[in-house]
Design a protein around this ligand. Structure first.
Ligand code: NAP
Length: 259
């Protein structure tokens, strides 16, 4: 039995992965943005061991979630699932960070840096990361005249793969991988999403817990339990370092050294 934390698991793929892991006999800790959503989450999966609470659009919320996670004991795996999609409007958080960037990139970075390192880290990316671009002079789209949500989302999902691979390289004792779940009909995916919902939450649960040698790897990118080629730039160590430095500066929290 593994102890697994899944961020953003009040609904959608995070909740479905939690239900699958609970059915498999794992101890599942879910996470919701506030007390009301936490109550919904408990009702949706009464078998969950706990529901952590914190809004991942604010640094204080991210820190609160990390604190609760550490207080509850070490996890075997953390699935960084919480995210907002390409319909997100251009908004700035109380910390002065672009909201989509805060939730999709800063939150998985800061939670990784603050939560006691588990055995396995899993980051939800997307097939659209292949269309993402790395502009670390303006990763939050602050200096661009027009907001293009689909491009900002693609960029954020490219950053998630860079984050997974940077952590895999720097923390050799931790298996850190990224995946795309397919375009599936959750709230984010929309009703018309064409891919198979029943497969959309399996790979993250498998990467978090399976003894299958194919899941016992690090620094890989998956789709439906098969390793796939990610965008080549995600393998660029300098770019990984630039992103980690950028997030460390923004959060004033460097990634700790883990051997
Ligand atoms: N669905 C797809 O087709 C698809 C494709 C590729 C990648 N993905 C990725 O898969 C992951 C899950 O997406 P999904 O389709 O399951 O989306 P979803 O149904 O919209 O669920 C997103 C989850 O994240 C939570 N969340 C969002 N903002 C938050 C915040 N500020 N603080 C705390 N929690 C927050 C949501 O909580 P609330 O319910 O309270 O808002 C919800 O539990 C995302 O990382 C997404 O990028 C999805």
């Amino acid at each position: 039995m593994a102890r697994v934390l899944i961020t953003g698991s009040s609904q959608g793929l995070g909740l479905l992965a939690g239900k699958l892991l609970a059915r498999q006999g794992h101890q599942v800790v879910l996470h919701a943005r506030n007390a009301e959503r936490a109550a919904d989450t408990r009702a949706a999966l009464p078998a969950a061991a706990d529901v952590l609470v914190g809004d991942l659009s604010s640094l204080a919320g991210m820190e609160a979630v990390a604190e609760q996670a550490n207080a509850s004991g070490r996890f075997d795996a953390v699935i960084h699932n919480a995210g907002v999609g390409d319909r997100e409007r251009r908004r700035t958080t109380a910390d002065g960070i672009n909201q989509l960037f805060a939730i999709n990139v800063v939150a998985p970075y800061l939670l990784t840096a603050l939560i006691t390192p588990p055995e396995r880290l899993v980051y939800l990316s997307s097939g659209v990361h292949h269309r993402g671009s790395v502009d670390l002079s303006d990763p939050q789209w602050k200096n661009r005249l027009w907001w293009r949500g689909h491009q900002a989302y693609a960029d954020s999902k490219l950053f998630d793969v860079l984050l997974a691979f940077g952590v895999a390289r720097l923390w050799p004792g931790v298996r850190s991988n990224a995946l795309e779940p397919g375009w599936v009909p959750t709230r984010m995916g929309g009703e018309g999403a064409p891919d198979d919902m029943s497969k959309g939450y399996v790979t993250q649960a498998w990467l978090a817990t399976s003894d299958d040698p194919a899941a016992d790897v690090t620094g890989e990118y998956f789709f439906h339990q098969r390793a796939q080629a990610p965008a080549p730039i995600t393998r660029d160590v300098e770019v990984q370092e630039e992103l980690l430095d950028y997030c460390a500066g923004l959060t004033r929290t460097p990634l700790p050294i883990v051997v």
